[in-house]
Design a protein around this ligand. Structure first.
Ligand code: AMP
Ligand code: MG
Length: 345
């Protein structure tokens, strides 16, 4: 089952990954309205569901193994769908194992440090998944589009001027390389929205009173810099998609498709780590067996010595007889159908 899921997820993800060294021009290379021809909206929900299941299962193992950490960087233009994506994709995972950090305009204290300082403080620990809602990439996006933000960073003259962006790309790649080499897997997701879809989503925020709070006049002002942002994103993708920390460009005009893709990328990343529950050694097994004997001896009169073991045996019997739960069967059948269609596409 796990392997079947992996093939389907891989099929999804391949076209979204930016090959290291590729020269990206967003408008030419990536269509925000793309959705896989073999996938209906209902299938999208099924893929998201499968991804959510895989994430829950693998996150538990990641935490137990306590060796690898995962950093997910989410970037998008305003109304790109970052918040909703996080809410849906992470819906199945244990909140204890996940931290979400949102990065806003830097504080005076943050500006008094190097530009990666505040992001370094929010990195995942081993066994954890950290999500950056906006990330250190703002340092080559908003800061590039608005040079006055760079002036506020109090850099010495030698760290400014010509070549600063190439230098930042290199510094970021090096930083990520160091993290990856020390057990932290990095995935970077760009939710790629069209200008027209952003217009519609802004209008939705204006028209629905419960969404008004999400709209800021600053968002509308940023929209005037659309072309500058497209150029900055294209350069960022061209220069910072690496073997150790790849970028994925997620078509974001259809929310359901974007969520299915993001969940596929994350599920696949965890599958690649393939974390395992730690095995206990012979001495620990002996200790467990002794404790079990003691607990069984404490069973009240008439109670089974180990009711849990009895349940386990019954479950194993069911599986041997080839029975699976209705829900498990339905999911398996649906995924098989999508896979068959994907194979033909
Ligand atoms: P939001 O995510 O909508 O709450 O907005 C956060 C705002 O913070 C956005 O307008 C970002 O452009 C801005 N922001 C995030 N990171 C930086 C940064 N490093 N320098 C300047 N502005 C930033
Ligand atoms: Mg905003």
């Amino acid at each position: 089952m796990a392997d079947d899921r992996a093939t389907l997820l891989a099929k999804f993800i391949e076209p979204l990954r930016v090959k290291p060294g590729a020269e990206v021009k967003l408008a030419r290379d990536f269509d925000p309205g793309y959705k896989a021809s073999f996938l209906s909206k209902k299938d999208g929900a099924a893929v998201l569901g499968a991804g959510v299941d895989v994430l829950a299962e693998y996150q538990a193992r990641l935490a137990a193994q306590d060796t690898w950490g995962v950093l997910v960087c989410l970037q998008a233009l305003d109304a790109g769908g970052k918040d909703g994506t996080i809410r849906h994709v992470m819906s199945g995972v244990n909140p204890q194992g996940v931290h979400v950090s949102s990065f806003k305009v830097p504080s005076a204290e943050e500006l008094d440090h190097d530009y990666l300082w505040r992001y370094a403080q929010r990195l995942p620990g081993r066994g954890e998944i950290a999500i950056f809602n906006r990330s250190h990439y703002e340092e080559v996006l908003v800061v590039r589009v608005h040079p006055e933000l760079l002036d506020r960073q109090r850099l010495p003259p030698s760290a400014k001027g010509k070549g600063i962006w190439a230098r930042r790309y290199r510094e970021i790649n090096d930083w990520e390389h160091f993290l990856a080499g020390n057990g932290f897997k990095i995935v970077k997701l760009f939710l790629n929205l069209s200008k027209e879809e952003q217009r519609i989503r802004f209008l939705r925020r204006l028209d629905l009173p419960d969404k008004n709070w999400k709209f800021s006049a600053a968002d509308a002002r940023e929209r005037k810099y659309w072309d500058d942002y497209q150029a900055a994103f294209s350069e960022m993708l061209s220069n910072t998609s690496t073997g150790w920390a790849p970028w994925y460009v997620i078509p974001a005009d259809h929310k359901w498709f974007a969520r299915a893709c993001v969940s596929a990328v994350l599920a696949r990343t965890l599958m690649e780590i393939d974390p395992r529950y730690p095995r206990v050694d012979a001495a620990q097994r002996k200790e467990l067996a002794e404790t079990k004997t003691l607990l069984e001896a404490e069973a009240p009169k008439g109670a089974a010595p180990d009711p849990f073991e009895a349940g386990l045996a019954a479950e194993a019997g069911q599986q041997e007889a080839g029975r699976e739960s209705r829900q498990a069967r339905k999911q398996r059948e649906r995924m098989a159908k999508i896979r068959a269609r994907a194979a033909k596409a």
